[in-house]
Write a protein that binds this ligand. Sequence first.
Ligand code: SF4
Ligand code: SF4
Length: 370
Amino acid sequence: MQYRKFGKMDWQVSALGFGLENLPADEGEAVKILRYAIDGGVNFIDAGAMTPSKRNASLLSKALADGYRKKVKIAAAIPAQIIDATSDFERQLEGLLNLLNNERLDFLLLGGLNRFTWPKLNELKIINLAEKAIAEKKIGYIGFSFHDEYQFLREIIAGYDNWTLAQFQYSFMDVDHHPGVTGLSYAADKGLAVVATKPLKGGRLTKEIPKNVSKIWSEAEPKWSPAEWCLRWVWNHGEIATAVCDMSSLEQVKGNIALAGDVKAASFTVPEELVVSRVRDAYRSLKPIPCTACRGCMPCPQDIDAPRIFEIFNDAVMYNDIAAAREFYQLEKHQVDNCNECNICEDRCGMKIPLTTWLKKAHELLAEKK
Ligand code: SF4
Ligand code: SF4
């Protein structure tokens, strides 16, 4: 296993982190897989947003008995979306600590920070409450998970001096957004440990691979699997402290541990970078809407986030994954029906995209229940 510096902390994290999302339903098997990973050197677990209804808590407490707790650090999140008052945060934190048997939580993440949720938490002074929890030794360090554009990452990092970690999705398809390679370098430069999640884009880069992409992978040298290309590419970034993989089987854990021991930062050759960039272009060529996400069409008087809707729609087509796209669209509660066809957005779009037509098409596909 390869270990990397964890931001400003005097601690080395395993390059491979463990996410609990895809563990098998059989608890005994799940515990076995998690312990195998820890025995193989994994020392960072991303428990996500834990609630009593989720089985993560009972699974974790079983897996981390018998001395395993001491071998790992755990990050768990309180989603910003559910914090509307200081009492919400206090209740959520107590609940979280209860689920963790009232042991100290190593990293508390303010989950889902973006341009809307961060100002809300700031106004509620949630950071002060989190710092109080550090002083009371309930938690070790404070971090955040993020999904928005780069400029808002900068605002969040500038808004508090003692962030320890920033967590966001990062794969070779995420170089220029949310917050992309610029955000990655910025966070690392500011001394934050960067935790990358979804290096395979939640499996979308390894399942249902389109023909034009498959052809490039099959002709590429070295003969790595698409999953291996994805992971090697992420680990090639020395700014990333750990890449969290939601692993589901012993076989996958073994493969990823072996790989994490083999890869080095900044080791990709120019031809290897070229393969990844051809694959990226091949995916992008499948985007039905030529939206560059410049957000020049915003703001919309009806609060419709067209660039985000187009991103979800394009992803559904590029990755042949309508189910996940519908889930995001419906979860984010987009209200395309409120469009009054004022055409302000179309007049602003440098790409001359017929926004209202595409918005209707996207809504038709994505609003459908299953
Ligand atoms: S202005 Fe056009 S290209 Fe830019 S985000 Fe809006 S729709 Fe996309
Ligand atoms: S046409 Fe619809 S989406 Fe575009 S600015 Fe007007 S209300 Fe918003």
